[in-house]
Design a binder for this molecule. Sequence first.
Ligand code: TRP
Length: 465
Amino acid sequence: MKNNREQWGSRLGFILAASGSAVGLGNIWKFPHMAGQNGGAAFTIVYLICILIVGLPILLGELSIGRRTQLSPVGAFNRLSGSSNWKWVGYLGVGSAFVILSFYGVVGGWTLKYTIFSLTGGFDSLSGSPELSGQVFSSFIESSFQPIIWQIVFMAFCIGIIIKGVKSGIEEGAKIMMPLILIILGFLVVKGLSLEGGRKGLEFLFKPKFSDLNPSSIVLALGHAFFTLSLGMGTMITYGSYLNKKQNLMNSAIWIILLDTFIAMLAGTAIFTIVFAMGADPSSGAGLIFVVLPTIFPQIGGGIIWGTLFFFILFMAALTSAISILEVITAYFIDQKGWSRFKATFLFGGVITLVGIFCSLSLGNLNVTAFLNITFFDFLDELSSKYMLPIGGALTAVFIINKWSVNTFLDEILTGVQEKHLNRGLLINVLKVLLVVSSLIVGLIILNELSDLLFGSSLQKMVGL
Ligand code: TRP
């Protein structure tokens, strides 16, 4: 069995695939509006610190667990723990994948719709009018049929790539889409910087104003560091399981983090230079992308092209992340149940699309979680990003410290590293501190959310911050 397991074709291919998972709606959609509302550069700095302290150790942990076992999460935890309970962390990951992809696929459909909307000149009528643009966007996402059709098309791309397998599907796809994202973003940044007044956007993103930073933005930056690296549901365990022993994991992890961060900064720069040049509101929140940008693209030269390119990279970023989510599920059924790749992907891709349809409908007329006073879409979003992913990530860190042993973890990290004169004792201590700190921090985020949910007040507010 083990010999037949698929492997990445090249180191570059793996790095592009893994950073393709990391780079997604989180980088291009979420990061800019979070930074916009939380002090711009001050937020960016906190976010970068969080990526290094919380992101790096857990990313390395997931990659190591995957490569060590050559198995996807459920099998991996089971094998390393030798007991059956830890495999539940793996099941939690598979469950998170179901939950996330259901609503991620809906937003993926929106990115496709907006690419075509821009290409056909649809933004022209929205020029300079955020109210109208807001209405157009709401009536689109709330309608019954249109968004579902786009979602199905998006999911079909996703299923099509995963059916082709690790090397000819995921890796080839990432090798085409990731460079395209980088190049097109580069053009958008140059365009943004060349607009009069665009540089004010740079200042906004990179010049810190610490007075705008409050405790809740720090919690937000922490949570996002986690989300943006696709941690906590075994994606990186699964991708790590297709690696051979020659790869230098530390190097790869740093590359993934650099690419992910670089693309978030580029996206932020492109968006804020354009927003500032056109005098739009930088702190307009989640609607910044789908509502504000369509009103300003028609005002810049060649707006149809720039708008179309922008939504096209958003689509590609969403797709490279979505495939990594589906792969977690497919790999589980291949590894643990002996299914064929085709059967696993087709069946569960289909089930997820179906659940996604209910997410989309919940924004309009049919909300299956109406009794909870929340749309099914938001319910799945909050359930995964506030609870399932952080819990999965914190448990992974605890697993490494308590069960697997940091010593073996270090062995795995050093497999494939040429440098022989390393101070093992020191490295073990550094890893321990980082893992303990990151599990504590993540634990705190979860507690904070729970207290908000149960008592209607987050911890910061309770202690009077
Ligand atoms: N990292 C992705 C983004 O920035 C989102 C994401 C979170 C994700 N967890 C994931 C993607 C797990 C794939 C797998 O948009």
